[in-house]
Design a protein around this ligand. Structure first.
Ligand code: AGP
Length: 606
C-alpha cells in the first residue's frame, strides 16, 4: 500500500518527508519520491527501490532547502516499479502524490491526450495530476473539485500548486489520509506513525473531504465545498511504540507485546468481572435477539474470526458463518436485519473487507467492526465498533493484532452467552477469570524462545510443512501455516486432523515435518491417533499440548508443553510458539521478516 507524507512549516521539508516515509515503510513499497516547493518552483526527486535510493538521489540533485512539500512511497498497482512510474507525478501547474486506484483513468487519459497532454508513465496517478492541471485556472479548490467529480475509484491525495507556495492540498476517498497539527507547522500522512516524531494531534479526513493547509491554518471542506469542523484526536502511540524498541525486528517486538496488549484490551471490555461492549459497541437489546452471525475478514483476521466462530458456537449457541471477505462480497449473501455481520480488520482499510461491510449494510444487516486503527475507514463505515488495543502493528505479518482480535471475540461470545441466557453470571465470571490469566501465561511462554528457536533450526530447510488440529486447533493451524508461509517462504498446509486420511496423507513420507496441535481436552486422544497415522508413515512430528498431557514417546519427535488453561482459551497461548516458530524459521533462512516479498501491510486494492 502506498504511503503519503506532506509538510508545510519552518523545518527542512525534505528531512521531514524522509523521516515520515521511513515510518511508513512497513506498508510495503518499491519506489519513492518527493516534491519540494519554494517561492519559485517545485523540485521533484524520485527513485526506484528503497528510501536510501531516494536519499542518494536527493544528495546528487541537491535541490534548495524548502519548507513545503509532499512525499510518497509507491506499492505498484498500475505500471511496474520504476523511477518514471514513482510519485509525485507532475503537470505544468501541479505536483501530486496518490494512494488508491483511478478506475476510469484510461478514458480520462484519452480525453487529456485530445487536449494536448502527453504522458511519460504507465500510471493512473499521472492522469489525475494532468486532469487537475487541465481544470486549473487559478483556483486550486475548483480544479480539485472538478477533477475529482470526474474520477471513479479511490484516492488519498497530497497536491502542490506552483502558484501557491507554502500551501498543501489534500483529498480523500476510500484511501486513508490524516491531517497532523503542529506549532507553526502542519502535516498530512497516510498513517499516524509518520507524524509521531512531530505531533500526536491529528484528524482523519472523511469520505470526499478536501483540506487546504498552511503552516498556521488547516481548513477542511466536505464534498459540497462547505467548511467542516473536525474532531481532533490524540495518538496514544509515542515514537518508541512505532519503533523497534530494541528488538531485531518489529515482528519479534510485536510478538512480545502480546501480553500487554491483551491485558489492555481485556481492560477495555471487562468491568467487575463481566464483559462490556464499549460506548461504540453493539446494542445489547439487539444482541439478545440476534439469530445469525457472519464473521468476515481476510488472512489472519479471517482466522481470528474462525476462533470467534467456535467460541460463539460453544458459549452462546448462535449459528455463525465465517467468510473470506473477497468471496463474501461476490456471493450475493442472504442477509436481513436479523443478521449480524462482524468484520475483523487490523488496519481497518482492507478494501475487500470494507466492501463486504458496505454490501452487508446495503442488505439491511447490522454491522460490527473489530479494528485496531482509530477512525479507520472500516471503523467509520460500521454501525458499531469494538476497537482492539494492539498499538501500531508495523510488521507485515500480523501477530499481536491476532491475539487482541481473539480477545475481543471471546469477550463478545461471553456477552452474547449472558444476553442469550446460555451461561449464567457465575459461569461467565469464572470464564473471564480464566481469560484474565492469559497475559501472565503468554509472558511465561515468551521466556522460552530458545526451545522454539532450536526447533526452527531443525526444520529450516523444509520444503513442505503440515499443520493439523481439531476444532480450535484446526483454526489455529491455519494461522500457524499462514505465518510460516508469508515470512519464511516455505510451503505449508493446514489440515483438520481427521481429514488428512481422506487424501492428503498420501503426501506424507519419511521426514515430512508435521506440527500437530493437541490442546483441546475433548479431542486430545483423537488428535494423537491422527498423529500416529502420520508418524507411522515417516513424518517428523512436533506436538503442542497442555502441560500434563501424556504424549507417548513413539508418537512425537518433539513435544512443546503449554501452560494449563481452559481449552476454549488455549488459542491465545498456542499461537505464541507458532508465531515464534515462523519468526525464527524466517530469520534462519535470511528472509526479510518485517517486509516479506510480494506482501503489503494493508491491502487496499482488489
Ligand atoms: C497477516 O499476517 C497478513 N499480513 C494478512 O493476511 C492480513 O491479516 C490481511 O491482509 C488482513 O489485514 P487487516 O487485518 O488489516 O484487514
Amino acid at each position: 500500500m502506498c504511503g503519503i507524507v506532506g509538510y508545510t512549516g519552518y523545518r527542512n521539508c525534505a528531512e521531514v518527508l524522509l523521516n515520515g516515509l521511513s515510518k511508513l515503510e512497513y506498508r510495503g513499497y518499491d519506489s519513492a519520491g518527493v516534491a519540494l516547493m519554494d517561492a519559485e518552483t517545485i523540485h521533484v526527486v524520485k527513485a526506484k527501490g528503497r528510501l536510501s535510493e531516494l536519499q542518494a538521489a536527493l544528495k546528487q540533485e541537491n535541490p534548495p532547502e524548502c519548507s513545503c512539500g509532499i512525499g510518497h512511497t509507491r506499492w505498484a498497482t498500475h505500471g511496474v516499479p520504476s523511477q518514471i512510474n514513482s510519485h509525485p507525478h507532475c503537470a505544468p501547474q501541479v505536483s501530486l502524490v496518490h494512494n488508491g486506484i483511478i478506475e476510469n483513468y484510461a478514458q480520462l487519459k484519452e480525453f487529456l491526450q485530445q487536449k494536448g497532454y502527453s504522458f511519460e508513465s504507465e500510471t493512473d496517478t499521472e492522469v489525475l495530476a494532468k486532469l487537475v492541471d487541465y481544470h486549473y485556472h487559478g483556483n486550486p479548490m475548483e480544479a480539485l473539485s472538478q477533477s475529482l467529480a470526474q474520477v471513479r475509484g479511490s484516492y488519498a491525495l497530497g497536491v502542490l500548486f506552483r502558484d501557491f507556495p507554502g500551501k498543501l492540498y489534500a483529498a480523500r476517498r476510500e484511501s486513508p489520509l490524516i491531517v497532523g497539527y503542529g506549532e507553526n507547522e502542519n502535516f498530512i500522512a497516510s498513517d499516524i506513525p509518520a507524524l509521531l516524531q512531530y505531533t500526536k494531534e491529528y484528524t482523519v479526513l472523511d469520505e470526499g473531504e478536501l483540506a487546504v493547509i498552511t503552516s498556521d491554518q488547516v481548513q477542511i471542506y466536505n464534498s459540497f465545498g462547505e467548511p467542516v469542523t473536525k474532531e481532533h484526536l490524540i495518538a496514544q502511540w509515542d515514537v518508541a511504540a512505532a519503533e523497534k524498541g530494541g528488538f531485531e525486528h518489529f515482528m519479534l517486538k510485536e510478538i512480545h507485546e502480546q501480553s500487554s496488549v491483551v491485558q489492555a484490551t481485556l481492560g477495555a471490555y471487562l468491568h467487575d468481572g463481566l464483559p462490556v461492549l464499549g460506548e461504540q459497541g453493539p446494542d445489547e437489546e439487539y444482541l439478545k435477539r440476534v439469530k445469525r452471525i457472519h464473521i468476515v475478514g481476510c488472512g489472519t483476521a479471517m482466522h481470528a474470526g474462525m476462533i470467534g466462530q467456535t467460541a460463539i458456537h460453544r458459549m452462546a449457541r448462535i449459528p455463525v458463518q465465517v467468510e473470506i471477505a473477497s468471496e463474501f462480497r461476490y456471493n450475493d449473501p442472504i442477509l436481513s436485519a436479523d443478521d449480524l455481520v462482524i468484520v475483523i480488520s487490523q488496519s481497518g482499510e482492507t478494501l475487500d473487507t470494507l466492501a463486504a461491510l458496505k454490501l452487508a449494510k446495503s442488505k439491511g444487516a447490522k454491522t460490527l467492526a473489530i479494528v485496531n486503527v482509530l477512525g479507520s475507514s472500516i471503523a467509520r463505515a460500521a454501525d458499531w465498533v469494538m476497537y482492539t488495543y494492539a498499538g501500531p502493528e508495523i510488521a507485515v505479518a500480523s501477530t499481536k493484532a491476532y491475539s487482541v482480535q481473539l480477545t475481543v471475540m471471546y469477550l463478545l461470545a461471553l456477552k452474547l452467552a449472558l444476553l442469550q441466557g446460555t451461561l449464567c453470571d457465575a459461569e461467565v465470571r469464572y470464564l473471564t477469570q480464566q481469560l484474565q490469566r492469559v497475559p501472565e501465561l503468554q509472558q511465561l511462554l515468551l521466556t522460552d524462545c530458545d526451545r522454539i528457536k532450536y526447533l526452527a533450526s531443525q526444520f529450516m530447510n523444509s520444503s513442505d510443512l503440515f499443520f493439523m488440529g481439531r476444532g480450535f486447533d484446526y483454526a489455529l493451524s491455519l494461522e500457524g501455516s499462514l505465518k510460516l508461509k508469508e515470512i519464511s517462504y516455505i510451503h505449508s498446509e493446514a489440515y483438520a486432523a481427521g481429514e488428512l486420511k481422506h487424501g492428503t496423507i498420501s503426501l506424507i513420507e519419511e521426514g515430512t515435518p508435521v506440527v500437530a496441535l493437541a490442546t483441546q481436552d475433548a479431542v486430545f486422544e483423537k488428535t494423537i491417533s491422527n498423529v500416529k497415522e502420520v508418524r507411522s508413515r515417516g513424518a517428523h512430528v512436533i506436538v503442542l499440548c497442555k502441560t500434563g498431557a501424556v504424549v507417548p514417546a513413539e508418537v512425537a519427535d518433539h513435544v512443546v508443553k503449554l501452560p494449563h488453561l481452559e481449552s476454549i482459551f488455549m488459542p491465545l497461548l498456542t499461537i505464541v510458539p507458532l508465531q515464534l516458530f515462523a519468526y525464527y524459521m524466517s530469520v534462519l533462512r535470511g528472509c526479510d521478516v518485517d517486509c516479506p516479498r510480494n506482501l503489503a501491510k494493508s491491502v487496499t486494492v482488489e
